[in-house]
Design a protein around this ligand. Structure first.
Ligand SMILES: [Zn+2]
Length: 205
């Protein structure tokens, strides 16, 4: 190697080193993928990822290393897992909110629901007590009818209302006792129970 040649090589090496030194700064601003022309960070969203990777490996190994090294991919996987986690958490929160709303609606519905205890005079001095609306409080009409029969030692059966809904017909005038049973045993709020005296209504009109 001549003296001129070696100095030229040295200068070239110096230039290369200088270029390498500034490369990270300029590279970030000016590198566009030679295959899809996007900044290499976005190559993965195109349809030429494999070609893009090969191109980058040849033309900008350090950036290729930064984007596609197993470390980079691993941290990206971590990010994806976190995203998935966040999505799952979001879904769960949505579900919980939905469930809360459902329960609120249910509670509001219950609050607005009424159980009717009707005293009905069948014949003179002979009464039955009809209880309607039990099912609105998630109670089984059949079970409660049975309970009334046992509790009050009287005839108690499930009957159909004119509207086709199930009611409980208890033999005898047991309005007060049934009121107590509904509030104490079944926890129905007093505001949700309405007592109707049909025999009085009839005699009044
Ligand atoms: Zn590309």
């Amino acid at each position: 190697m001549s003296e001129a040649e070696s100095s030229a090589a040295g200068a070239a090496a110096g230039e290369a080193a200088a270029a390498a030194a500034v490369a990270p700064v300029t590279a970030r601003e000016t590198v566009y993928c030679g295959v899809c022309s996007l900044p290499p960070e976005y190559c993965e969203f195109g349809s030429t990822v494999k070609k893009c990777m090969d191109w980058l490996e040849k033309n900008n190994p350090s950036l290729h290393q930064k984007l596609y090294s197993s470390e980079a991919l691993e941290s990206k996987m971590g990010t994806m897992t976190l995203e998935a986690q966040q999505k799952a958490e979001k879904d769960l929160a949505k579900k919980q909110q939905k469930e809360e709303l459902r329960q609120e609606r249910e509670a509001a519905k219950k609050k607005a629901s009424l159980v009717y205890i009707k005293r009905v005079e069948r014949t003179k001095r002979k009464f039955v007590t009809v209880v309607a609306g039990i099912e609105l409080f998630d109670l089984s009409v059949k079970t409660v009818a049975k309970d009334f029969g046992k509790k009050f030692a009287c005839g108690s059966s499930v009957t159909k209302s004119a509207a086709g809904t199930e009611e409980i017909t208890v033999q005898g005038d047991l309005s007060e006792e049934i009121w107590d049973e509904l509030t104490e045993k079944y926890g129905i709020d007093e505001d949700n129970i309405k007592q109707i005296d049909e025999s009085k209504k009839k005699s009044a009109s």
